[in-house]
Design a protein around this ligand. Sequence first.
Ligand SMILES: O=P(O)(O)OC[C@H]1O[C@H](OP(=O)(O)OP(=O)(O)O)[C@H](O)[C@@H]1O
Ligand SMILES: O=c1cc[nH]c(=O)[nH]1
Ligand SMILES: [Mg+2]
Length: 208
Amino acid sequence: MAVIEVQHPLVQHKIGLMRAADMSTKKFRELTAELARLLTYETCRDFEVESVTIDGWAGPVEVQRLKGKKVTVVPILRAGLGMLDGVLDLIPSAKVSVVGIARNEETLMPEPYFERFVGSLDERLALIIDPMLATGGSLIATIDMLKRKGCAHVRAICLVAAPEGIAKLQAAHPDVDVYVAAIDSHLNEHGYIIPGLGDAGDKIFGTK
Ligand SMILES: O=P(O)(O)OC[C@H]1O[C@H](OP(=O)(O)OP(=O)(O)O)[C@H](O)[C@@H]1O
Ligand SMILES: O=c1cc[nH]c(=O)[nH]1
Ligand SMILES: [Mg+2]
């Protein structure tokens, strides 16, 4: 498993902006979508292309086309929804599978409450999206669900990850690569990432 911390200056600038305490819901949501777009660009870097000849303005021209990779994006409710439009901007033909998981605030265990997957998961790359990888429980539970449905190729895109969650994910699913804007220092006693972003779901939806 690899965790790719994307070092692009735009990514690093925007994740830095997101750490400010006094940020409006509108701004936090916009930055979440922008980072989702930039991280998707990196996540698709190794997608296969093929040469095809088309009619160009000056005659036949050889161009590169994506080799028709089947993708399902998998937002983890709620916060993952904040990244969905950004990902679909770059992969507009992707199907969307939705997983609802709430982390129990006392035990920090993931509590799944919804799942709706598209068909042919065995033929698809699943691209899980969630801004926060903290203990790793929510992401691991989502990968477990996808694999039970026959999905063999999974990647994840997160904005911020904690070392504790990365280690747990690595042990549970060594085949899954994760693209992140930042690997932060540690989790606090409530399971929040430090320095982190705070509660991403609340910030995206304006709750609390
Ligand atoms: O790695 P973990 O320890 O599992 O924590 C990360 C999860 O916690 C947050 O969701 P939350 O459960 O707060 O739900 P929400 O998106 O509805 O706010 C976050 O969006 C992740 O899904
Ligand atoms: O830091 C954290 C940890 C879990 N969920 C969040 O939204 N933020
Ligand atoms: Mg939350």
